[in-house]
Ligand binder design. Structure first.
Ligand SMILES: [Zn+2]
Ligand SMILES: [Zn+2]
Ligand SMILES: [Zn+2]
Length: 138
């Protein structure tokens, strides 16, 4: 994404433009890819870990990025679609984890179906995690 696009995105989600935010947001190079904090740290270089963590938290709070649960013990984050706003994420899609290259990818085309729960149960979230070989490894 161009700097201008990144600035627009920050503004839309009510975040003041700072160099750090621009750098961190710019580290999400591909729309559908999920990145671990370690991946992002490598991309942003000199930003310290705590600042990076806080920046990610504020992005998550404001509906810019979401956690991609992929069955590994590493937290991963991916850019949200347009529909996500502050305090309301709509990332009800599957995440695919490639067991060969380790990439985690948002699969927007597969949505979490609404499930009939036994009475008395209320789900607040549901995840679909797929594991196997990605298009580059199969
Ligand atoms: Zn979202
Ligand atoms: Zn792969
Ligand atoms: Zn996702």
């Amino acid at each position: 994404m161009k700097v201008q696009e990144l600035e627009t995105l920050l503004k839309k989600h009510g975040l003041r433009r700072t160099d750090i935010r621009l750098q961190v947001l710019g580290a999400f190079r591909h729309q559908d890819m999920a990145y671990s904090q370690q991946d992002l740290q490598q991309a942003v270089g000199e930003i310290d870990r705590v600042t990076l963590y806080r920046t990610l938290r504020s992005f998550e709070d404001k509906g810019l990025i979401h956690r991609a649960i992929d069955g590994t013990d590493q937290a991963k984050y991916a850019l949200c679609q347009e529909a996500c706003t502050t305090h309301e994420h709509k990332d009800d899609h599957a995440h695919f984890h490639c067991t060969n290259c380790g990439r985690t990818i948002c699969i927007e085309d597969i949505q979490v179906p609404s499930l009939d729960l036994p009475s008395g149960f209320q789900a607040e979230e549901a995840q679909i995690v797929l594991r196997g070989l990605c298009d580059q490894c199969s």
